[in-house]
Ligand binder design. Structure first.
Ligand code: ZN
Length: 190
């Protein structure tokens, strides 16, 4: 599928796509500090300008609405390795999908360049310590803070009311979100 990026105004600046503008608006709504297009990073084989840097998470946040290929994956993996930061790759995710469908939100690379987890990540708020970060399958027990360790009953930290409200607020700001569920990077990306 071809996906054409539409330059989109949000706040004092333009973003390269609606999806990027959506995420910027969502970070604002969530009070998650971000730097859009931070300094160029020398990846060895190319210079790369990341989409977002999130200082609170010490992570890069890459946005791909639509499909991505091996070249994109290589750049994201290298970005994690070179900067020693976790690197997230997210699509349109919850802006375009039904509230109860938690498929296709994002993936995370570790600072050593390895892909973290076998499944999707979503944005979460820890119900105990209020930490905001992404976690595998949106489960509270998968959050880095480790406040919740029980496995008896699954608690989904991505169902936190502040998260749901922020998506609901941002979704209509930039119309025509497309449903995009790119394949998991380990299951092929062509
Ligand atoms: Zn916590």
């Amino acid at each position: 599928m071809r996906y054409s990026n539409v330059r989109t105004a949000y706040g004092p600046r333009y973003y390269r796509s609606k999806t990027e503008a959506r995420w910027a608006a969502w970070f604002d709504r969530m009070q998650i500090p971000f730097h859009y297009e931070p300094s160029k990073v020398d990846l060895g084989f190319c210079n790369y300008v990341p989409d977002f840097y999130l200082p609170d998470q010490n992570a890069y946040f890459e946005v791909k609405a639509g499909n991505y290929g091996p070249t994109q994956i290589k750049k994201i993996k290298s970005l994690a390795e070179v900067t020693h930061c976790h690197t997230y790759l997210f699509g349109n995710g919850r802006f375009a999908e039904e509230p109860n469908n938690r498929q296709g939100y994002g993936y995370v690379w570790r600072p050593d360049g390895s892909l973290y987890g076998d499944d999707y990540f979503t944005w979460c708020i820890c119900p105990i310590c209020d930490a905001v970060d992404v976690a595998l399958l949106g489960k509270a027990k998968n959050m880095t803070c480790q406040c919740i360790r029980t496995t008896k009953r699954t608690l989904y930290a991505d169902e936190h009311v502040r998260i749901a409200r922020a998506f609901k607020y941002v979704a209509p700001l930039f119309p025509n979100p497309r449903r995009t569920t790119p394949p998991h990077p380990r299951r092929g990306t062509s």
